[in-house]
Write a protein that binds this ligand. Structure first.
Ligand code: ZN
Length: 378
């Protein structure tokens, strides 16, 4: 590091330490539950503010294109703590801090300065802060709801450790908020169907299935076992390249109901780590091996930052009755818009069944979507 850069760094550290040493928490600070999976804040065209769908008794303000909200809203939503001192003002959410000087139009996140298009405003005795400009660098997802134009901010302190949420994922975050924890189908009139494939013991069959869906301009979802990812990393890369979702199906496929909570968590984390080692993630979808699940285990899945994906029907490509004809008949019988099917590409039979049924479904007007696309309303 150059001398100049080092000097800059020392000044920055000293500034932050000084600011931290004299900051006093605002008197409004009180215990707020920030452990829920996420909180969704939205501001509509009339500047009404809602938190997880419930309207708050305060309003946002607009200056130009910038939406500002009372600081108390951030406190209510995410337990934000605001503190001031002679050195500046600081906002803390979880382990993240934003620091700014007076009411100036920039603030500091870590060692980086972010410009605000509009500086904070005191109005009616309340500090109003620019919502998007503040929350985005804090790690929140900020977007506009396509149907209503509402400004939406989704944020959980958990994401600071695991920032898996990416642009374009907001719609399914909202969808997940509305559906039961264990997602088996989505209510829709659009002819979409989500085929999901567990285990992937036969990597060749799995890749051929991924390519088959690609040929129909469609996608599917693979719930992978960590050990199989390790054995066939190229198969996983190919699925990702084709735009399919990769979900977590534990490291070695134990029945979660037969192991301790700690082991279950380790199983999920180990699967994630194998994918992380390839620069990938299994987030945010999880499927229980053998569907061996209960409320308690699903809460653990949620606490780990995952959404449990169930299935409305299995195509019955395992077990004594397995055959292409049987799988095809099962799909024909149970398909309806928004259905999630589960299958197991553990042999070429599953590929053969998909190859037989997809043309028929395409003719009926079905499109084939990944779980993300299903939730995003593709
Ligand atoms: Zn499985």
């Amino acid at each position: 590091m150059s001398c100049r850069k080092l000097r800059w760094l020392v000044i920055a550290i000293l500034t932050c330490c000084l600011a931290g040493a004299v900051l006093m928490p605002a008197s409004s600070a009180r215990a707020v539950d920030t452990t829920s999976w996420f909180r969704l804040l939205s501001v509509d065209r009339n500047l009404a503010i809602s938190l997880n769908g419930s309207k708050l008794p305060v309003k946002a303000m607009r200056i130009g294109d910038t939406i500002l909200v009372p600081f108390s809203v951030l406190h209510q939503a995410w337990g934000a703590v605001y503190a001031t001192s002679a050195a500046g003002s600081a906002l803390t959410i979880g382990s993240r801090h934003a620091v700014w000087q007076g009411m100036s139009a920039t603030y500091r996140e870590g060692f980086v300065d972010f410009p605000w298009s509009v500086a904070p405003v005191m109005s009616g005795g309340q500090l109003h802060v620019p919502l998007q400009e503040l929350m985005e660098p804090m790690g929140a997802f900020v977007g506009k709801q396509a149907s209503t134009g509402d400004l939406i901010v989704a944020y959980s302190t958990r994401w600071q450790k695991e920032p898996w949420l990416r642009q374009g994922q907001l719609a399914y975050v909202q969808a997940i908020d509305r559906v039961p924890v264990n997602l088996k189908r989505v209510t829709t009139t659009r002819k979409v169907v989500a085929f999901t494939f567990d285990d992937n013991w036969d990597a060749v069959a799995a890749v051929r299935i991924a390519e088959l869906f690609h040929a129909y301009n469609g996608h599917c979802t693979f719930f992978v076992i960590g050990t199989n990812v390790r054995m066939h990393p190229d198969a996983i890369r190919r699925m990702v390249q084709l735009g399919d979702d990769i979900g977590n199906h534990t490291f070695s496929h134990p029945a979660a109901t037969n192991i301790t909570d700690a082991t279950f968590v380790k199983q999920m984390q180990a699967c994630e780590q194998v994918l992380n080692g390839m620069g990938l993630t299994s987030r945010p979808y999880f499927r229980f091996p053998y569907f061996a699940e209960d409320r308690h285990l699903m809460q653990i899945v949620t606490d780990q930052g995952y959404v449990t994906i169930g299935s409305a029907w299995t195509i019955e490509d395992t077990g004594p009755k397995r055959s292409v004809a049987h799988s095809v008949a099962t799909i024909r019988r149970f398909i309806s818009p928004g259905t999630i099917f589960v299958a197991h590409p553990n042999s070429m039979m599953t590929y053969d069944a998909m190859k037989a049924i997809l043309p028929e479904l395409a003719r009926q007007g079905y499109s084939f979507v990944s779980v993300s696309e299903l939730l995003r309303g593709r």
